[in-house]
Design a protein around this ligand. Sequence first.
Ligand SMILES: Cc1cc2nc3c(=O)[nH]c(=O)nc-3n(C[C@H](O)[C@H](O)[C@H](O)COP(=O)(O)OP(=O)(O)OC[C@H]3O[C@@H](n4cnc5c(N)ncnc54)[C@H](O)[C@@H]3O)c2cc1C
Length: 337
Amino acid sequence: MDNIIVFCETDECGLCDISLELVTKGRRLAAQLSCGIDAIVVGEHVGQYSSELFRYGADTVFCIEDARLKEYSTLPYVRVITALLKEQKPQIFLAGATNIGRDLAPRIAAELKCGITADCTDLQIADYTDAEGKTYENILYQIRPNFVGNQLTTIASPKHRPQMATIREGVMSKEPSEHPKQGKTVEINAANILKDEDFAVSIIERCIENKPCNLKDAKVVIAGGYGVGSRENFELLYKLAGLLHAEVGATRAAVDAGYADHSTMIGQTGLTVKPKLYIAVGISGQVQHTVGMDKADTVVSINIDADAPMNKFANYVIVGDARETVTKLIEQLSSKQ
Ligand SMILES: Cc1cc2nc3c(=O)[nH]c(=O)nc-3n(C[C@H](O)[C@H](O)[C@H](O)COP(=O)(O)OP(=O)(O)OC[C@H]3O[C@@H](n4cnc5c(N)ncnc54)[C@H](O)[C@@H]3O)c2cc1C
């Protein structure tokens, strides 16, 4: 009761990064609230994930077991998680703003008749005073870019429990706890909760597209914008990336112009990256883009406009043409190979 509960996703590689990011953030919020942090894992043989979740600070891991839950499916997952939340009555429930989390969390919110903030980029705890002057203590501030994306919006839902939010992948760090706990695993037999109608939709075949690149975890990212000028020029970014062991990302304008694939888009409606080095080539630096890269350690901006907003983010600015500058960098680096 009154704990924080986190929904943890798994895939064929094990616990997804977002699950550990959420447990890490949840652990910090729980310390502020002096409450526990619990995790839910759903599927087959999910008990194997408990020790990893304890290492990240989970107090209790609820393992909802059933062979039929091996693959994600909306209705049965909503059924079993809603049942557990009704029983546990957490004050906060968090899920990733992944394809699964975006499908699952709003349906659970509807079942529990509480609000939800989708796609948060930060969470904080603070007191909240409403329009009538009533103060609610220790409320979850759910922070996300607003719909136009020029500002951050803070949303609070002080009157309903749980306070629910989905969190974007990659914006929170995943750090094992300095004081790992000997937590408790609670195994839940889902067969007692599931109903036949939950399986009205059955999975005939699962086709999973391989991710074309691993931008999210890349240490070096070269991102191209509209100023790169053409798909052909974008190829130069890939050549430079090969020399720097980097991944290539893009802005929405570059994607819309057909220079780059949508899956490489960085920003509010794309990926969030946190590389050690971010090289922005021909990118103006609109907030909808920078919200996806502003945690990069070092930023280099290559732009013909010395006053481009991206240059304010940059540790190093090269004022020059994208094609010319990238070609020179390739020549320099190639000669040192
Ligand atoms: C709701 C919403 C969500 C959005 N989500 C995203 C998102 O997730 N990600 C995203 O990126 N955008 C997003 N956008 C779009 C965003 O507002 C910007 O339009 C976009 O980021 C601009 O991309 P850009 O910097 O490549 O292009 P531009 O703004 O056109 O900038 C091009 C830059 O290239 C420079 N340049 C031009 N020629 C050269 C040259 N030869 N050499 C070097 N530099 C040159 C220019 O000086 C300029 O700074 C969103 C917008 C909205 C409204």
